[in-house]
Write a protein that binds this ligand. Sequence first.
Ligand SMILES: [Zn+2]
Length: 103
Amino acid sequence: MNMPASRCPDCGRLFHSGKSYCPDCDRDTLDSIDLNGKGNVYSYTEIYAAPKRFAQQAPYLIVLVEMEHGLRVTGRMLNGPVQIGDRVELHKVENHCYYFAAL
Ligand SMILES: [Zn+2]
């Protein structure tokens, strides 16, 4: 799926969804856009000692993904194992969390 994001209409800088201010232009209204949801795993970690509300889901993979459009996004992998450089795609956004699946 595509990734919801924001873009400054003045300078074109991209931001994560929910951002409403461009520090480069002092602009406080950004455009909501959808970006390509594909990227590569930049780094990852496996969580064994999870916070209480996620304890039953442990162990699970947290990935830092470098998206094709340049933003880096932290999210969860729906499947594993995973390695740095793997191609992944945004599968869903739930409770403000990005979930990725291997391509
Ligand atoms: Zn700007």
